[in-house]
Ligand binder design. Structure first.
Ligand SMILES: C[C@H](O)[C@H](O)[C@H]1CNC2=NC(N)=NC(=O)C2=N1
Length: 94
């Protein structure tokens, strides 16, 4: 999977509300009602990540979740990151 250039990353980001490109990754920040809701969503995302064999870098503090996606093997952002980001958006909207 080859690394996408900045222009194609920005183009794809137009369809992903709340995501931005910085530090060679795409990022989002989510806020939930409480810790249980945040961790429940992390569990759902974890199963999806395992299915895709593509995994987030993330931090959780109480009700907040910060997610960064990049493809380590490619040294940047690839289609794999957008595939996982879209799946995360679907889980959030579900
Ligand atoms: C062999 C295995 O599929 C690879 O190590 C995968 C696992 N999950 C991964 N996740 C992410 N975010 N980037 C990778 O390059 C990556 N590589």
């Amino acid at each position: 999977m080859s690394k996408l250039d900045t222009r194609s990353i920005e183009e794809r980001l137009e369809k992903l509300e709340g995501w931005e490109y910085k530090d060679n990754s795409i990022h989002t920040s989510l806020e939930f009602e409480n810790f249980k809701e945040a961790f429940s969503m992390m569990t759902r995302i974890a199963f999806e990540a395992e299915n895709q064999q593509h995994h987030p870098e993330w931090t959780n503090v109480y009700n907040t979740l910060n997610i960064s996606l990049s493809t380590h093997d490619a040294g940047g952002v690839t289609e794999k990151d957008f595939k996982l980001a879209l799946a995360i958006e679907k889980l959030i909207d579900a």
